[in-house]
Design a protein around this ligand. Structure first.
Ligand code: HEM
Length: 363
């Protein structure tokens, strides 16, 4: 899928999201499942040409599994990664302490879903009409048949599909929760962004990526949301491939190292008043131009293994957030005051607790 096709797909989901939120008629609701399904639809269309209706029951198994996994997974669950000896504890103890059984069940049930999707593609595969990433991979698998050194294998394909699903849908949907929460918590920014959008985009047209230069505050708001939320609290672990000394600390070869994204994003060395939600930090002095951070921003990691979906994620966050702002006032129910206390750390994912919010359609 090229950039234009992706934008088109995101806008179709954006419109569906707006329609879905309108159906609640201004009732106070928890973060809706459509936040998850729009994100899932984008990745699943690229990978498997599949799109779900935003109220489809078919996705419930996936959501139940991810919920169970997130609710059980805690910082404790990471201990065996850093202290491998803990892996030798009896299974029952590991289940109790680290939630290993829930994790295993999650992996097994996801394997079934992914396997079914890949098998169906293998059955329907037509070399003259590759539909998606799975078909493109099957093409390479077929081309390298008989080559024992080929890396194109069904097991690897299943793993790629599984990884893209995990990396590409849960992340964006948690950021959509953040966007709704921040819009409700900081209505003054919501109002200013509505004015910004209304000045350049008629209400009957969705915001497009071409509008970005005219919507600096919307872009600054989404990037500040990534920094402030530090939704991915710690980065993926790395293993030192040689002995190294960093700032006087000796790190022997093979040591597992994990960067704490949250700490970088809240370090006063890089950010003024780091605990303040302040989108203006990404605007120039005249407040008319977005300025990208050049140091201390780690939301998508760094280096060779930096997030492979960063461009897609930025497109989704900008367009989905703009769609919500353009069509709704997101407000807490009467008497509810949102605060820092509403934030949870669900196994390394910082996310707002299930807050009831009102999505009031704008006239
Ligand atoms: C707001 C959304 C997202 C955030 C905050 C995010 C963040 C991250 C982070 C922190 C990493 C680890 C990078 C590192 O190790 O240095 C990562 C890896 C990755 N992300 Fe994302 N991500 C997002 C969305 C996506 C999307 C939509 C995709 C879909 C294609 C995606 C695909 C991946 C993949 C494949 C990796 C592993 C890269 C590798 O190990 O080479 N991500 N992401």
């Amino acid at each position: 899928m090229g950039k234009d096709h992706l934008e088109e797909a995101i806008n179709i989901e954006g419109k569906a999201l707006v329609e879905d939120l309108k159906k609640y008629g201004g009732e106070a609701i928890n973060f809706p499942d459509s936040f998850r399904t729009v994100a899932l639809n984008i990745i699943w269309q690229m990978v498997a040409s599949t799109r779900y209706d935003l109220r489809s029951k078919e996705v419930e198994t996936i959501y139940r599994l991810t919920n169970e996994f997130r609710e059980t997974f805690s910082v404790l669950s990471l201990l065996p990664v850093f202290i491998p000896a803990l892996d030798h504890l009896p299974k029952s103890v590991k289940n109790y302490l680290f939630g290993d059984d829930i994790f295993d069940r999650f992996v097994e049930e996801m394997k079934v879903i992914v396997n079914e999707t890949v098998d169906k593609h293998l059955e329907d595969y037509n070399p003259d009409n590759p539909r998606d990433l799975i078909d493109e991979y099957i093409k390479d698998m077929r081309a390298s048949e008989g080559d024992n050194n080929s890396l194109f294998r069904k097991g690897a394909l299943n793993q790629i599909v599984n990884d893209l699903f995990g990396a590409g849908s849960d992340t964006v949907s948690h950021m959509l929760r953040w966007m709704a929460y921040l819009l409700a918590r900081y209505p003054e920014y919501a109002k200013r962004m509505q004015q910004e959008i209304d000045a350049v985009v008629p209400r009957d047209r969705m915001v497009s990526l071409d509008d970005k230069p005219s919507l600096p505050l919307v872009e600054a708001f989404t990037v500040e949301a990534l920094r402030y939320s530090s939704m991915v609290v710690y980065n993926v672990q790395r293993s030192a491939h040689r002995d190294a000394t960093i700032k006087g600390y000796f790190i022997p070869k093979g040591t597992l190292v994990q960067v704490a994204n949250y700490s970088i994003h809240h370090n006063p060395r890089y950010w003024d008043d780091p605990h303040k939600f302040y989108p203006e930090r990404f605007l120039d002095e005249s407040a008319t131009k977005y300025t990208a951070p050049n140091i201390g921003f780690f939301a998508f990691g760094s280096g060779r293994r930096q997030c492979a979906g960063e461009l897609l994620a930025r497109m989704e966050l900008f367009l989905f957030t703009a769609a919500i702002i353009q069509h709704f006032d997101v407000i807490p129910p009467k008497g509810v005051v949102l605060s820092q206390k509403d934030i949870l750390n669900l196994g390394g994912v910082r996310t707002p607790a299930d807050n009831k919010l009102i999505y009031r359609a704008r006239n």
